[in-house]
Write a protein that binds this ligand. Sequence first.
Ligand code: PMP
Length: 351
Amino acid sequence: MSRFWSPVVQGLTPYVPGEQPKLQNLVKLNTNENPYGPSPAVLAAVHEAVGDSLRLYPDPNADVLKDALAAYHGVARNEIFVGNGSDEVLAFVFQALLQHEAPLLFADITYSFYPVYCGLYGIDFVKVPLTAAMEIRPEDYRQPCGGIIFPNPNAPTGIGMPAAVVEQFLVEHPDAVVVVDEAYIDFGGESVIPLVKRHPNLLVVQTLSKSRSLAGLRVGFAVGHPDLIEALDRVKNSFNSYPLDRLALAGAVAAYQDEEYFQQTRGAIIASRETLVAQLRDLGFEVLPSQANFVFVRHVREDALQLAQSLRERSVIVRHFKQPRIDQYLRITVGTEAECAALVAALREIL
Ligand code: PMP
């Protein structure tokens, strides 16, 4: 690392991407992608955009997408912020919390990027332990803070909170922003977007990477009070005034126009998850209750890392975390019926 950059940058631990396997003959259940492709309407719209006007800059306001999102979620255009995947939206959120006088609170077991962003932007944070049942509980967050962030459902546990419980955070912390990362909300959770009208401290972040199967297109967005959104726009405009490229804009808008495909594919994933949960329990796994497109499981006997390696030898890739308390768990993405069957067959061979 060059000594010319800042001490913060010198101390960063870069994100090491998971295995990027050639898909052929591999069952890839490690990064929570959607096993079904995006809607054919999305492919057609992106195709058309390719042939259309790539020499021109995209709309810096992303108005077509904001209007599509506003109509879909029943909010106004000025209540929406868009970015290149929810990771970028979250990066802007963390930048907006810079040099806050009080720490940001998040769970000790949660999305691993939160502490990374805090390190990068020099934001103080306090990790709040999950309960014995691996749940996030508002009671545990009763302390002075500059903000609270959690995924709902949480990752990597998959456990969701009802909207009424999320609302408890908003009511108990009226002077702090509460960021609800709803990356996996469409697989059985209850979105709190309808609460935005009542709570000016609520920011809801969603992504098109999971339930809309557009991880490769990089589209995410936030919904909140116009004042929260306006501040994010200011942060963004100081950095890059073009939020999304033309292909992403075209594809994302089309994704919201094919409701039937969305309902059908997310329904299929939820159904596969329920079958998979039952099969994994039969094989001796404890399975946390999941409202996401993945399951978080622990075998009563077998070592998790060993199991992950044995699965890898059988061309099935799942996610193992080295973090204490969860190092005996595996996070397994819910694939197609055939992929889930391949996973179960491999496990039967191993166990
Ligand atoms: N939040 C959570 C909880 C996630 O698991 C992910 C995906 N790994 C993201 C945000 C970011 O997703 P994307 O940048 O693809 O929108």
